[in-house]
Design a protein around this ligand. Structure first.
Ligand code: DPX
Length: 558
């Protein structure tokens, strides 16, 4: 069989394990889409728009390790760029592939549709360079294999998105076949000298410390170091806390687990553990304004061992040239037992008392009922807003996964991301918690859950506004038009769908709705949970005030 550029790309994507790629058609990518369809190992999955296509791929990468989204030039790709920025912030290898102008039109002065109306077609590549770790433009078949391999290899190695554009007349041009995949996935060589020195410096800190605590951060998953983190915790036997964005990245049934470290809004006791440690091991953390609660809780100093995905900093020196996995593995081999912090503290599980069946539905009762649904097979996707705070206070069984987008924080992310995640891990039960304001951005992607018969259960929190924003800084712009959210499902079902739209205004109605949702396996169920606008988690309000204070610092006098 003659091989083409598009077939080469498809085979590479399939070799790295993709079973699906996401797409929105447009005339610059139609031939490319045909070429990708030739590969029977991968299914082409369609989205309503390119922003959602990017976020769907992002969700798939969360479930499956990597993903691809295929869009058309400019009108499509520039919309998808927002989601690619999200994938960058969240450390997810999403390959964005855009069809691009016919190679004969470059440098000719021709003005093309869907473009800025100038004759320079390099602007999209330039823009994409800022939100990806590798970006290539393919305008001839001969250089396509090297460019495709470079983009995929870099994305996988760096766990960041990457970009490819393929001239629309080149995607079916003949090219060589791909070689075996191992070369594409090869890791960089370890600097043994640096690794040994990092481990020795870390051990000398641990040996002279009795109060040792670990803080697990959100980059631990992208660094593929979750098992190694748990193994180190087993050896140290110390207390372990997690950062909010790392919810579910460390098993909560582990005997050292002591909840969430989040400054003033930590689980009871966790802040003291962290602040009173002689040695604090921060594994793959992200310290930003949100995670430090407006810069009020940022562990620093000689007692902090900072183990980042590509670097370790301890006792005033920094070490590079190895991965986090390798460092944790080596450290665990010689780590001393330091059980004091675990012995002196207990895991705190917040108990929410159930309300009466006919009582008005509250945020607490909704969270309690959702928490009770979680099993080791659940993936809980929680949107920006109070859903963050509800998800991070849940008590998780081992194996349950929580997906948050706390670095990028794009409202509306969760609907397409949950769709992509469900596509990428169909053996799991997907539950989505999303606020009304967020849902209004990307609601139409629920239609794809109907189309692909994915039994995602959506808890739509109708509190009639942007409540997290109300907590941070109130104004008329925080109040939104109400929708009939449950009613939308009928629109998306049209003549052939099996989605279910339900409403809950009391605790009893929610319990009934959850029963029906669990029984509906042929499509998504949306449960519109109507709660009071003022009813939100206490931590949201406390955190919101501190973040608002950080945001409103006055400019420094010059
Ligand atoms: C905004 C946010 O209704 O949730 O729990 O009621 O807050 P809560 P909702 O989904 O409202 C979300 C809203 C408006 N953030 O409170 S978090 C600003 C914002 C953003 N992303 C984008 N635009 C604006 N985060 C794309």
């Amino acid at each position: 069989m003659t091989y083409t550029v598009g077939m080469y790309l498809a085979e590479r994507l399939s070799q790295i394990g993709l079973k699906h790629h996401f797409a929105v058609a447009g005339d610059f990518n139609l031939v490319l889409l045909d070429q990708l369809l030739v590969n029977k190992e991968m299914e082409q999955v369609y989205c309503c728009n390119e922003l959602n296509c990017g976020f769907s791929a992002e969700g798939y990468a969360r479930a499956h390790g990597a993903a691809a989204a295929v869009v058309t030039f400019s009108v499509g790709a520039i919309s998808a760029m927002n989601a690619i920025g999200g994938a960058y912030a969240e450390n997810l290898p999403v390959i964005l592939i855009s069809g691009s102008p016919n190679s004969n039109d470059y440098g000719t002065g021709h003005i093309l549709h869907h473009t800025l109306g100038t004759d320079d077609y390099t602007y999209q590549l330039e823009m994409m360079r800022h939100v990806t770790c590798a970006a290539e433009s393919i305008t001839d078949a001969a250089s396509a294999p090297a460019k495709i391999d470079h983009v995929i290899r870099t994305a996988l190695r760096e766990r960041k998105p990457a970009y490819l554009e393929i001239a629309c007349n080149v995607s079916d041009a003949e090219c060589v076949r791909p070689g075996p995949v191992s070369s594409l996935l090869a890791e960089v060589r370890v600097d043994d000298v640096s690794l040994k020195a990092a481990v020795e410096a870390s051990l000398s800190l641990l040996e002279k410390s009795q109060r040792v605590t670990m803080v697990v951060g959100s980059k631990v998953r992208a660094a593929h170091a979750q098992a190694q983190t748990e193994h180190l915790a087993d050896k140290l036997e110390c207390a372990v806390t997690i950062m909010a964005a790392a919810k579910s990245f460390f098993p909560e049934d582990h005997k050292g687990f002591r909840g969430l470290y989040w400054g003033d809004v930590s689980s009871p006791g966790a802040q003291e553990l962290v602040e009173k440690s002689d040695a604090l091991i921060c594994v793959a953390p992200v310290f930003n304004d949100y995670s430090t609660v407006g810069w009020t809780a940022w562990p620093k100093g000689d007692n902090v061992l900072l183990a980042e995905p590509n670097r370790v900093t301890v006792s005033g020196k920094t070490y590079e040239g190895f991965t986090l996995r390798e460092f944790l593995e080596e450290l665990a081999k010689k780590a001393p037992s330091r059980p004091l912090t675990a012995q002196e503290s207990k895991k705190h599980v917040p108990v929410i008392a159930p309300t009466k069946a006919d009582a008005r539905l509250t945020n607490d009762e909704m969270t309690r009922q959702i928490n009770a649904m979680l099993t080791s097979d659940t993936t809980l996707v929680a949107e920006t807003g109070d859903s963050w705070f509800n998800a991070t206070r849940m008590d998780l069984p081992r194996g349950a996964r929580v997906e948050l987008e706390m670095q990028w924080g794009h409202i509306g992310w969760s609907v397409p991301s949950a769709f992509g995640n469900a596509m990428g891990s169909q053996e799991r039960q997907h539950i989505l918690m999303v606020g009304d304001g967020s849902f209004q951005l990307t609601a139409q992607e629920m239609a794809q859950m109907v189309r692909y018969k994915l039994p995602v259960i959506i808890f739509l929190v109708n509190n009639r506004g942007y409540v997290i924003e109300i907590a941070i800084h109130d104004g008329p712009y925080n109040y939104i038009k109400n929708w009939d959210y449950a009613g939308l499902m009928e629109v998306f079902n049209a003549e052939d769908g099996h989605g279910l739209g339900l409403k809950a205004t009391t605790a009893g109605e929610l319990a009934e709705a959850i029963k029906k949702a669990k029984a509906n396996r042929e499509g998504p169920t949306i449960i519109e949970c109507q709660i009071e606008r003022s009813d939100c988690t206490k931590t949201l309000v406390k955190w919101g005030k501190k973040v608002a204070a950080a945001n409103s610092r006055k400019p420094q006098a010059s």
